[in-house]
Design a protein around this ligand. Structure first.
Ligand SMILES: NC(=O)c1ccc[n+]([C@@H]2O[C@H](COP(=O)([O-])OP(=O)(O)OC[C@H]3O[C@@H](n4cnc5c(N)ncnc54)[C@H](O)[C@@H]3O)[C@@H](O)[C@H]2O)c1
Length: 246
């Protein structure tokens, strides 16, 4: 993104870490107004970006966070990048049902709740508005070495939700897209903890032969959030160094 894109009001969830933090920082550097939401919220009202405490899987918590947001931005954000999420690696046979429920709840239910509350604030149809969800390569590719059935299923739900909401919310002027990262070097990622496994993985499975950075994913999120993408809706854009084509 270049700084000639008109400034927008951007809500970023998961803004305390990784892709969300990089998206918030890059947007702020472009002169956009940014407010974050995260489990790890801050009490400091002067912090930049301001982070509203919120558990995205909890309906009351999300409603209360959006009430706080609406008090600051009564017309709502122009764009939302919903990056909050969790990752669990567990072989299927060892996966407790509670782990499955938690992953589906944070990643799937969280995407639904954030999109619903955002749309309630953004549906006036007066200008281009955009919601960007975070799917994953896990939605379209299995992985025997890092088994994470609940995560993959949750991100499949995010991709389906993206297409459905693009159809539904287009009627009120809101575009809905998703970014589907491959292996990105953030706190969430465990692959790089075993360098020899990581080296073999990147040599054989990723045309770019390296992990991506949070900043590289942030660029795609901000493109979809900005008025540079006003005719793009219902798209799920891989940011995976080419991994999904192999
Ligand atoms: N890192 C990767 O390789 C990768 C790959 C594909 C998709 N993704 C997706 O990108 C998004 C961001 O991942 P990341 O790598 O930046 O992870 P991260 O762990 O660095 O950041 C996730 C953020 O979400 C917040 N969060 C977690 N649960 C929450 C909840 N219930 N309510 C509110 N906030 C919550 C955390 O506090 C954290 O700040 C996630 O949706 C993830 O699934 C990441």
């Amino acid at each position: 993104m270049t700084n000639s894109a008109p400034a927008r009001r951007l809500l970023v969830t998961g803004a305390s870490s990784g892709i969300g933090a990089a998206t918030a920082a890059e947007a702020a550097s472009l002169g956009w107004e940014v407010i974050g939401m995260d489990l790890r919220g801050g009490d400091d009202l002067t912090a930049s970006p301001r982070i509203i405490s919120c558990d995205v899987s909890d309906e009351r918590s999300v409603e209360s966070a959006f009430a706080e947001l609406a008090a600051i931005w009564p017309e709502g954000p122009d764009a939302v990048v919903h990056s909050a999420g969790i990752y669990r690696v567990t072989p299927l046979l060892d996966t407790p049902a509670e782990d499955w429920d938690r992953t589906i709840s944070v990643n799937g239910r969280g995407s639904f709740l954030i999109a619903r509350e955002a749309a309630r604030l953004m549906r006036d149809g007066t200008r281009d508005r955009s919601i960007v969800l975070l799917s994953s390569i896990g939605a379209v590719r299995g992985d025997a070495h890092e088994p994470s059935a609940s995560y993959s299923a949750s991100k499949g739900a995010v991709s389906s939700l993206t297409r459905q909401l693009a159809a539904e919310l287009g009627l009120v002027g809101i575009r809905v897209n998703a970014v589907a990262p491959g292996v990105i070097d953030t706190a969430m990622t465990t692959l790089m903890n075993t360098p020899e496994v990581a080296d073999a993985f990147f040599a054989t499975r990723v045309p770019a032969r390296r992990p991506g950075t949070a900043a590289e994913v942030a660029q795609a999120c901000l493109f979809l959030a900005s008025d540079r993408s006003t005719y793009i809706s219902g798209a799920i854009i891989p940011v995976d160094g080419g991994q999904s084509v192999l």
